[in-house]
Design a protein around this ligand. Structure first.
Ligand code: HSE
Length: 298
């Protein structure tokens, strides 16, 4: 029997993808976490959710953490008869903060921790590729799994990523609206082709952003400019577009977080965020560790 019977707990960070010009490639892990405890049982699937998504997320095998666990168990050739999960969710859902990636990464990391030698047989390289298969894009699952600032890409149909160390003077601030957004709708707003000049603009800004985030935060304002997705999506999220424009007019390096509707701003050089009616303002740090096993459910 290769399944372990003691419960395991994982903590997974919220993530912000794109970061302006790095569409579907760049991502940052943030110090805001979901925690999930899982244990193998003899029968059935039961999921208890408290916090974000409570009373809305399913309590059965259709829960995304369970679906990701099943995919990871399949890879490992194990088929537990039953599962019991407890989720303490703090990542707002459907706001462009990587809550679905967090659920997927939590499921994969929990499943491999419940199998003897699971972490060796499904290492981080394989876990990232599996998480991307489930999610459909790698820019949230990569920082969620690895922490820090990540660049993700696809190679021969598989996702890969590198983790970079963000500079110390990078202080992410999230603006989270009450309204929700759907990634599929935000993706449907994008054109099939873009002008070559815009692609060239983003290539330059993405390269600059890697330098700015790792060693020159003073360049973040120029480095976070985008022409590939934010403008096309603005009509579908007018509140986001107007907050973004306001922050940038004030000289703040602000971007749409992932597919929106949250806004991510970088506080450097003593900028202090003000309250914005209708938005939660969350000053955070960069999470450096990514998905982490251990401890008790908080
Ligand atoms: N890169 C993705 C998008 C992120 O912008 O559609 C979704 O969270």
């Amino acid at each position: 029997m290769a399944l372990l019977l003691d419960p395991v707990v994982v903590r997974v960070p919220a993530t912000s993808a794109n970061l302006g010009p790095g569409f579907d490639a760049l991502g940052l892990a943030l110090t805001l976490y979901d925690e999930v405890e899982a244990r193998v049982t003899t029968d059935g699937v039961n999921v208890e959710v408290t916090g974000e998504g409570e009373g809305q997320l399913p309590g059965d095998a259709s829960h995304l953490v369970v679906r990701a666990m099943r995919r990871a168990f399949d890879r490992l050739g194990e088929h537990p008869a039953g599962l019991a999960l407890r989720c303490r969710n703090r990542i707002p859902q459907a706001r462009g903060l990587g809550s679905s990636s967090a659920a997927i990464v939590a499921g994969i990391v929990l499943a491999r921790a419940l199998v003897q030698d699971g972490a060796e047989r499904l290492d981080d390289v394989a876990a990232l590729a599996l998480a991307d298969e489930i999610e459909g894009h790698p820019d949230n699952v990569a920082p969620c799994l690895l922490g820090g600032f990540t660049i993700a890409w696809g190679e021969r149909g598989r996702a890969a990523a590198v983790r970079l160390e963000p500079a110390e003077d990078v202080h992410p601030v999230l603006f989270v609206p009450e309204v929700r957004g759907l990634t599929e709708e935000a993706r449907a707003a994008l054109p099939k082709t873009v002008p070559h000049a815009d692609a060239a603009f983003n290539a330059g800004r993405s390269a600059l952003l890697v330098h700015a985030l790792t060693s020159a935060p003073g360049l973040l304002f120029a480095a976070t400019e985008d022409r590939l997705h934010q403008g096309y999506r603005a009509e579908g999220m007018p509140l986001t577009a107007s907050l973004l424009a306001r922050l940038r007019d004030e000289g703040v390096a602000a971007v749409v977080s992932g597919a929106g509707p949250s806004v991510l701003a970088f506080g450097t050089g003593g900028w202090t965020p003000r309250a914005v009616p209708g938005w939660r303002v969350l000053p955070l740090d960069v999470d450096m560790r990514g998905a982490r096993l251990g401890g008790d459910l908080g």
